[in-house]
Design a protein around this ligand. Structure first.
Ligand SMILES: [Cu+2]
Length: 377
């Protein structure tokens, strides 16, 4: 099983030819769009990525074109006629250019990525993981640095992977100017390790350290995140994946590649694994490989994740195995984890995005929850 990280080299190689493929992708996307209805907003002006809260973002209303820019319609009422053709084409070109620029920038480089595997120290049979919560700056898309909360300077926090039945100790040091606590979402911990301030423990104050100790169970795709000032700390970055491999490996679905897709929607905009398109990273695979994708929603909104080209076979919900079923759009609600397996049989660059379209695309092009599954022969 190759992990998210070991895929990086082949991902870079595949993307060498991405610009060409992306032109095709742009063409296909453009066909589905309504004709331009007004001036093209600037990327910074219209992208909900700039939204400063987790409140739902209303779809941008089409702006009314100025009378001078209004195309004169021909008798059939559809195509602009005469001089208006020139004006319409100019507008179309402008909008297309914005879209193309975004696609060509994919997968844009930004500093640092989250979900780096965290190696434990073995202390008397216990797997000890160390986390430090700190406020940092995070590059969500090229050049766009935003204030973030982070575990070990990453958004999402480091990937913790253990095996069912492991004795686990997660030691959290709080280097922030506010209190915090960690909840291991989906784990059946002793009550006092549940991580809810004033319910099961006092808040971990600035400068303090707290050790969470429990036996990892049940298996599956789980999460850890702050449970204190959580509507701010979690969208701000205090979250991570907590994967528990089953003790009995025969209970695992069979797969060749293992990808994480952590959704978030807060002060960083709409993000996949802490980055917004075009800085999101593609998933890469070869024809015939079985690709496991672990969706996790740490945001406050539902995100119907839609993969072009291939069905997704759902194999687990919240870490619990399910009788498999097929879909191409999967609602991932806040707090949920869904594991799916995809078996691509057709090479190409396949769009992969949230289907609440204002989370993924504006008149100035794609942004937010957009990535691609890049399939090589
Ligand atoms: Cu969405």
């Amino acid at each position: 099983v190759r992990t998210l990280l070991t895929c990086a080299a082949s991902r870079r190689k595949l993307l060498g030819g991405f610009a060409l493929a992306a032109t095709g992708l742009l063409g296909a996307t453009a066909c589905l769009e309504a004709p331009p209805t007004g001036r093209t907003g600037s990327r910074l002006g219209t992208g909900p990525a700039q939204s400063a809260s987790a409140a739902p973002v209303a779809p941008a209303a089409p702006t009314t074109a100025s009378p001078a820019a209004q195309p004169t319609h021909s008798a059939d009422g559809h195509a602009p006629a005469g001089a208006a053709v020139v004006s319409a084409l100019t507008k179309a070109d402008e909008m297309d250019e914005h879209h193309e620029t975004g696609i060509k920038a994919f997968a844009a480089k930004t500093q640092r990525h989250g979900s780096q595997p965290l190696e434990p120290r073995l202390v008397e049979g216990v797997k000890l993981f160390e986390l430090t919560a700190q406020k940092i700056g995070w590059e969500v898309e090229p050049g766009k640095w935003l204030p973030a909360y982070a575990y070990n300077n990453q958004v999402p926090g480091p990937l913790i992977r253990v095996t069912e039945g492991d004795a686990v100790r997660v030691v959290l040091t709080n280097r922030m100017d506010e209190s915090t606590a960690i909840h291991f979402h989906g784990q059946r911990t002793p009550n006092k390790m549940d991580g809810v301030p004033f319910v099961t423990q006092p808040p971990i104050k600035p400068g303090e350290t707290f050790a969470y100790e429990f036996v990892a169970k049940p298996s599956g795709s789980h999460m850890y995140h702050s449970h204190h000032n959580a509507a701010v700390q979690v969208p701000g970055g205090l979250l991570g994946a907590f994967i528990v491999e089953p003790k009995d490996p025969s209970l695992k679905p069979s797969y060749d590649l293992d990808y994480l897709m952590i959704l978030n929607d807060g002060p960083h905009g709409f993000t996949l694994n802490g980055k917004s398109f075009p800085a999101t990273q593609p998933l890469t695979a070869r024809v015939g490989q079985r690709v496991l994708i672990r969706f996790m929603n740490e945001g406050s909104m539902i995100h119907p994740m839609h993969l072009h080209g291939f069905p997704m076979r759902v194999v687990a919900k919240d870490g619990y195995p399910q009788a498999p079923w097929l879909c191409d759009t999967l609602n991932v609600a806040p707090g949920e984890r869904w594991d799916v397996v995809v078996e691509p049989d057709e090479p190409g660059v396949w769009a992969f995005h949230c289907h609440i379209l204002p989370h993924a695309e504006s008149q100035s092009g794609m942004f937010g929850m957009v990535t691609a599954l890049v399939v090589e022969k």
